[in-house]
Design a protein around this ligand. Structure first.
Ligand code: RIB
Ligand code: CA
Length: 319
């Protein structure tokens, strides 16, 4: 049986920096019978690694899945200093949820070593990698083991932004800004890459009524998710004057389950990794005006109603 085909769930590795939106992505992935989460790898990003590794375990336990192995990965970007986002996510990274400290231990193996071993043991194009934070862990695997790309079915990442600019600088989205070198490595690795950028996620803003429906699930997961989202949405509403917060990371999971909800174009995407003015910018050759080969399915459209309906149905499956 080939995992991820019609005969079985799709094996994925979720690489994450929880983060309230990451937390919803983890919950959604664990709720979906179509996916097999082989492991969750934590990376420094929204908050430092110690907290992202703690939060990842707490969210797996919230989903009733303490069996899912959580690995700690890189505590800083490939080359640059770590930039975090407590001003968005709060001091814990998942402010808004009143959750108990994790009871499951971190796996002893470094996330990069585990990911490399898992890929080396996998068949060709078998495993889907889902980075929803800075891509430091994934890049470290690919830099040390370039052949590992052959075992990757697809890298489906949340990151980047072009037509609508950035959210961290005028030019750069947070995940790519924090580690532009890592994002460039991922884009150049040779495995199929699909990018869910701000150009998509900013078109699916969380309706207030949707958060109320999440809370009305009457479950522990629903209550915690609604609490996190109440806290999380304020930043983007205040900053952008949006009608709701963009729920970035769960778009990766929704894309895996319902790619028909999304539209984009296969084109060349490069990352600015040097300029202080545009560091972390994803330069999208949407019109093919260069001779740079297409290397990314760059998503720009999303069926927002379909996305939130899917997400609510997934959250409703949790305890
Ligand atoms: O720019 C949004 C991304 O940065 C999301 O993944 C969010 O969790 C933060 O990591
Ligand atoms: Ca994230």
């Amino acid at each position: 049986m080939i995992p991820g085909s019609d005969s079985g769930p799709r094996p994925i590795i979720l690489d994450t920096d929880p983060g309230q939106d990451d937390a919803i992505a983890i919950l959604a992935a664990l709720a979906a019978p179509e996916l097999e989460v082989l492991g969750v790898t934590a990376v420094a990003g929204n908050v430092p690694l110690e907290l992202t590794a703690r939060n990842a375990r707490m969210i797996c336990e919230l989903a009733g899945r303490p069996d899912v192995p959580v690995f700690a990965g890189c505590d800083r970007p490939v080359r640059r200093e770590l930039v975090t986002a407590e001003h968005v996510h709060g001091s814990t990274g998942i402010d808004g949820a009143e959750l108990p400290e994790p009871t499951t231990a971190l796996q002893p193996q470094h996330a990069v070593d585990w990911m490399a071993e898992t890929l080396s043991a996998a068949g060709e194009r078998e495993i889907t990698i889902c980075p929803v934070g800075p891509m430091t862990n994934v890049a470290a695997v690919l830099e040390a083991n370039p052949q590992a790309a052959r075992s990757i079915k697809e890298i489906v990442c949340m990151g980047g932004g072009f037509f609508g600019g950035g959210n961290t600088t005028p030019a750069a989205e947070f995940n790519v800004f924090v580690d532009p070198d890592a994002a460039q490595t991922v884009l150049r690795c040779g495995a199929p890459v699909t990018m869910l950028p701000l150009d998509a996620t900013h078109k699916a803003l969380m309706p207030r009524s949707w958060i109320d429906r999440v809370r009305a699930l009457g479950t522990a997961a629903g209550e915690a998710a609604a609490g996190m989202l109440d806290f999380y949405e304020r930043f983007d509403i205040d900053k952008y004057g949006m009608s709701g917060g963009p729920l970035h990371d769960p778009n990766v999971i929704a894309y895996l389950l319902r790619p028909d909800l999304y539209r984009g174009r296969h084109c060349n995407v490069e990352v600015e990794a040097e300029s202080s003015l545009t560091l972390g910018m994803t330069v999208v050759d949407w019109w093919g005006v260069t001779d740079r080969p297409p290397n990314c399915q760059y998503i720009t459209e999303v069926d927002a109603d379909g996305f939130y309906d899917l997400l609510l149905a997934l959250l409703a499956r949790l305890p």
